[in-house]
Design a protein around this ligand. Sequence first.
Ligand SMILES: NC(=O)c1ccc[n+]([C@@H]2O[C@H](COP(=O)([O-])OP(=O)(O)OC[C@H]3O[C@@H](n4cnc5c(N)ncnc54)[C@H](O)[C@@H]3O)[C@@H](O)[C@H]2O)c1
Length: 249
Amino acid sequence: MGKLTDKFAVVTGAGKGIGRAIVERFLEDDVKGVAILEMDIVLGESTAKELDPTGERVIAVKCDVSSQAEVHAAFEQVFAKFGRVDILVNNAGITRDAMFHKMGVDMAKLVMDVHFFGTFYCCQEVIPGMRERAYGKIVNISSVSALGNVGQANYTSAKAAIEGLTRTLALEGGRKNITVNAISPGMIDTDILKTIPEDIMKQKIASVPMQRLGNVSEVASVASFLASDDSSWVTGNVILCCGGQKIKA
Ligand SMILES: NC(=O)c1ccc[n+]([C@@H]2O[C@H](COP(=O)([O-])OP(=O)(O)OC[C@H]3O[C@@H](n4cnc5c(N)ncnc54)[C@H](O)[C@@H]3O)[C@@H](O)[C@H]2O)c1
């Protein structure tokens, strides 16, 4: 028996990267079912098929999390297949970096819509059922950038908003046995880093005490802890997962 036996989960943006690794880890933890909510449905479906050729435990559902209508329709499909959602991981994300004086409002709105409103809409779909059953685990993927990062006024603001939402939902969900936490990864080796120039990447890695990028599985193991009853007395936290990058003065 694994840590997530009998649990149903949703992981957004899980076609690749950190989200995919979380789905893989949940399967190792014996999750009963997991839905990949993915904007790139071709990618989502191929990932689902690779991880579970039977289609019994892993499903892919097309969903752009920045659209409330798409999120609602996607959760209708998830509820039709699994009946309920015990675990929600809000992971889908993008970057649109630029110095603030060159950042268009459209770039800020898009990043806010995907990260903050995507998280908000998905939480709204699952929290009523979690309250009824008095059980729920919500894991939001933030970033060390929430503390501030040059060239990311949009992204840092969206991630800071997610951290505020995390703490408030933890306060509201406490009596109903719903834990809400966030993971704040440092630099993790995924496609999202590909837009950062090589010289800047080298400087950034040099500033990390562990002197390397993190691996997706190292974020997935924290998600596994927060999604399971191992973390039953942990709520409203933002857990750094960054090789020590943010412990320095
Ligand atoms: N990689 C890092 O260094 C790092 C560090 C801190 C935080 N994060 C966060 O981790 C999360 C995952 O990032 P990643 O590094 O795995 O990126 P990635 O680019 O490898 O994967 C992101 C996934 O999200 C999907 N996606 C994007 N927009 C979407 C939308 N509107 N609706 C649904 N799906 C959408 C993409 O199709 C893709 O499959 C993001 O929230 C990101 O901000 C990443």
